[in-house]
Design a protein around this ligand. Structure first.
Ligand SMILES: [Cu+2]
Ligand SMILES: [Zn+2]
Length: 247
């Protein structure tokens, strides 16, 4: 059932795009109207796809959750003065269309600036061999301003040169036409101004500064997530216990 529905959806997508080719009649819709139609059809295809996949795998059923991992490496284009940040970003989505959650485990920031905050985003391209600049702009499938891109994860506090953070309710997805699988997670040297910088760049990328490290999001099984969740729970318990002792 899934394959014929997706085939129909592809045909729907292909039809208006062909009218936008050079040589189209003067009364045909312009590029803006075609883009709006395509965006609308994308949404409809996503809805069909989500209904079909959710019917096949109800949220909470064993094996229904989607997982992905991103092994963060220092950018190949860094100069010697820049910190070498590395680590692991893990994603879990209970079902297609559900909010995404993520663990961010990063090391290698300068330890002397406790309380500094670093931006993390999903960028468009997954070929990072020349350095993290090759990741291109923020992944922005709906032509929205920053910080409304699906991979605008915001700022992360650095403590003792590390980031250890769990975030839920993220807008990005591991499934559907706007999936972030195969795209890049980029860790920046600076803080995201979240669109409040007052200049055009702020609404484009948040003026988050140099790209220190990056990775490509890839599908994985549930084990890395389960391990990280266990470690996260143990850390929280230790923190609670030490708070009780101090009180
Ligand atoms: Cu970025
Ligand atoms: Zn953005």
């Amino acid at each position: 059932m899934l394959a014929p529905a997706l085939l129909c959806a592809h045909l729907l997508l292909a039809a208006p795009a062909s009218r936008a080719w050079p040589g189209a009649a003067p009364d045909e819709p312009g590029p803006g109207a075609v883009a709006a139609q395509l965006s609308d059809m994308h949404d409809k295809v996503t809805a069909i796809w989500q209904q079909l996949t959710q019917r096949a795998a109800e949220p909470g059923a064993p094996g229904s959750a989607l997982h992905a991992a991103c092994r963060v490496q220092p950018s190949a284009s860094l100069d010697a003065a820049q910190p070498r940040v590395s680590g692991l970003v893990l994603f879990r989505q209970p079902a297609p269309g559900a909010p995404l959650e993520a663990f961010f485990h990063l090391d290698g920031f300068p330890a002397e600036r406790n309380g500094s905050r670093r931006a993390i985003h999903v960028h468009r391209f997954g070929d990072l061999s020349p350095g993290c600049e090759a990741a291109g702009p923020h992944y922005n499938p709906r032509a929205a301003p920053h910080p409304q891109h699906p991979g605008d994860f915001g700022n992360f506090a650095v403590r003792d040169g590390r980031v250890r953070k769990h975030r839920g309710g993220l807008a990005a997805s591991l499934a559907g036409p706007h999936s972030i699988v195969g795209r890049a997670v980029v860790v920046h040297a600076g803080e995201d101004d979240l669109g409040r910088g007052g200049d055009p760049a702020s609404l484009d990328h948040g003026n988050a500064g140099r790209r220190l490290a990056c990775c490509v999001v890839g599908v994985c099984g549930p084990l890395p997530w389960e391990r990280a969740a266990r470690e996260h729970a143990e850390r929280r318990k230790r923190r609670r216990d030490s708070d009780c002792e101090a009180a």
